[in-house]
Design a protein around this ligand. Structure first.
Ligand code: 5GP
Ligand code: ZN
Length: 113
């Protein structure tokens, strides 16, 4: 399958990996939008949030728990951080393998752009 993030999971494309377990992988975004910008992805390929099934509930929960732990490790848990999931074109999704953006280290505005 020609998926960039699957290639990162399989070590075919290099990335600055910060966390890996049986279910998920987390690595630094190549084009950071904040002082800390980490992507948390499932190891299995799921294109968009629309393809999630109830069988993925534990997996998605684990992705969020991983983001929470990484935010604490990065020392942004108390000051605040942002988690973002983009779904399909209008939301700005460019890589079609589900991921959570974890961004921290600066102030964020609302509404987002
Ligand atoms: P999306 O726009 O799909 O929500 O987010 C995709 C993210 O993947 C973007 O923030 C982009 O900078 C990041 N990205 C794209 N290509 C690469 C890559 O080759 N390596 C890494 N580490 N991040 C990438
Ligand atoms: Zn993939």
């Amino acid at each position: 399958m020609d998926c960039l993030f699957c290639k990162i999971v399989n070590n075919e494309v290099p990335a600055k990996i910060v966390y890996r377990d049986d279910l998920v992988l987390a690595f630094e975004d190549i084009n950071p939008q904040a002082p800390h910008h980490i992507l948390i992805i499932p190891q299995k390929h799921i294109s968009t949030i629309n393809e999630l099934t109830s069988e993925d509930n534990e997996l998605i929960g684990h992705m969020v728990q991983t983001a929470k732990l990484l935010a604490k490790e990065l020392n942004v848990a108390d000051e605040g951080y942002r988690l973002v999931m983009n779904c399909n074109a209008s939301a700005g999704q460019t890589v079609f393998h589900v991921h959570i953006h974890l961004m921290g280290g600066r102030r964020f505005t609302w509404p987002p752009g």
